[in-house]
Design a protein around this ligand. Structure first.
Ligand SMILES: CC(C)(COP(=O)(O)OP(=O)(O)OC[C@H]1O[C@@H](n2cnc3c(N)ncnc32)[C@H](O)[C@@H]1OP(=O)(O)O)[C@@H](O)C(=O)NCCC(=O)NCCS
Length: 187
């Protein structure tokens, strides 16, 4: 299953599709760049080990989890992967209907509609493939762009953990949000 979108402003074509093995370097480059930005993820160090990167991919395939990538057709691998949205399984058996969403868009391609399109596609695919009913996520309360996007898509804030993370000498509150997929698809 694939989808094509056109970027806001430039109208460049981006394909949304399920992750392939050849995307792994591009995906981890994006992740590591966001880690280096130092204000969005509760992670200190980039992931450099090929073993860790490959294991991540193998686990996604083994567990049948959804990972949608945004591929810019005009760029060559690994720079062609400009965003990714993963919906992973809960560790709890009784929460197999719940998907946990994580998303990253490369800093050069933000505010162009990729994040919204990625989340929309990943949610539909997680219902179609894994019969997910509900999506949960969390982010730093300071992440205004992400919260704006999640609210626009229909996610509701359901909780807040004060000073949950301490990164580069700053405390961050964690906002928890969730969305019931059938309500989303009805909108
Ligand atoms: C959050 C993120 C995934 C969004 O992806 P994106 O491609 O930029 O998202 P979109 O372009 O679809 O939408 C961004 C929206 O935020 C709005 N926005 C941008 N900056 C904003 C700000 N400071 N405050 C509020 N809204 C803002 C944009 O105007 C746009 O909304 P609109 O379509 O209503 O105009 C991306 O910015 C990102 O990867 N950020 C760094 C990593 C991260 O924060 N990941 C999530 C951690 S939980």
């Amino acid at each position: 299953m694939k989808k094509t979108i056109h970027l806001k402003d430039t109208q460049e074509k981006v394909v949304l599709r399920h992750v392939k093995k050849t995307d792994v370097d591009g995906i981890w480059n994006n992740f590591n760049q966001v880690v280096e930005e130092g204000i969005y993820l509760p992670v200190f160090l980039p992931v450099l080990s090929d073993y860790e990167k490959k294991t991540w991919y193998d686990n996604i395939k083994k567990d049948n989890e959804v990972c949608i990538v945004a591929e810019l057709l005009s760029l060559k691998n690994p720079y062609n992967i400009v965003g990714q949205c993963e919906i992973s399984n809960s560790e709890w058996e009784a929460a197999s209907h719940v998907g946990i969403l994580g998303i990253i868009v490369n800093s050069h391609y933000r505010n162009m509609g990729i994040g919204k399109a990625l989340i929309d596609f990943a949610i539909s695919e997680s219902k179609r493939i894994n019969n997910k009913k509900k999506i949960v996520l969390s982010c730093f309360s300071s992440n205004r762009r992400a919260i704006h996007l999640y609210k626009k898509l229909g996610f509701k804030k359901v909780g807040m953990r004060k000073k949950q993370f301490f990164l580069n000498s700053v405390y961050y509150d964690e906002v928890m949000m969730e969305l019931w997929i059938d309500d989303y698809l009805k909108l």
